[in-house]
Ligand binder design. Structure first.
Ligand code: URA
Length: 185
């Protein structure tokens, strides 16, 4: 049976399934349109996200906003979430147990939204959404189909902050997403 958004968001807000809840200011369920055709999935909340309870509002989020804007994709028309809903200490990578505890929430969100396209922002979401065999530098930009969803693995916007040469690749991947969606209409 499918849960309602209200129940799901309440569960995420009060979740204690993994130790990450101990360090959070608040959980970050995700935000955007419940009818989104594209869902973007990041790794986990950082300091700003933990403070505000919203995904991708720090430096990486500003970059994501810029790319979306340049492609005329409105942030309020898509849905943005993360593999884990609570901030890992010091922004470390989420551990398998944490990701696995949290993944049913993301699956429930995707089941409610029923997007056409899922974009994995970086190696961590690609690992959990597509599979551990994914190598982000080799496999980015290549469509994968899983359970009726078209999935695009690409770089995490934060990777661009560290290495601006990745910008052209991320841009190409996002353009592919925009063009694919246009073709699906
Ligand atoms: N990085 C992520 O992966 N998610 C966020 O929400 C913010 C930064």
């Amino acid at each position: 049976m499918q849960v309602s958004w209200k129940t799901l968001l309440e569960e995420i807000r009060n979740c204690t399934l993994c130790p990450l809840h101990e360090g959070r200011t608040q959980s970050v369920p995700g935000e955007g349109s419940p009818n989104a055709e594209i869902v973007f999935i990041g790794e986990g909340p950082g300091a700003e996200e933990d403070r505000l309870g919203r995904p991708f509002v720090g430096a990486a989020g500003k970059l994501l906003d810029q790319v979306l804007e340049a492609l005329f994709i409105r942030r309020e028309d898509v849905y943005i979430a993360n593999i884990v809903k609570c901030r890992p200490p010091g922004n470390r990578v989420p551990q398998d147990e944490e990701a696995n505890a949290c993944l049913p929430y993301l699956r429930a969100q995707v089941a409610l939204i029923k997007p056409k396209i899922i974009v994995c922002l970086g190696a961590i979401p690609a690992k959990y959404i597509i599979g551990p065999e994914i190598r982000i530098t080799q496999d980015r930009g290549k469509w994968v189909e899983r359970k009726g969803f078209l999935i695009m693995p690409t770089f995490h916007p934060a990777a661009l902050l560290r290495d601006p040469r990745k910008k052209a690749d991320l841009w190409e991947d996002f353009k592919q997403v925009r063009d694919m969606l246009a073709r699906m209409h």
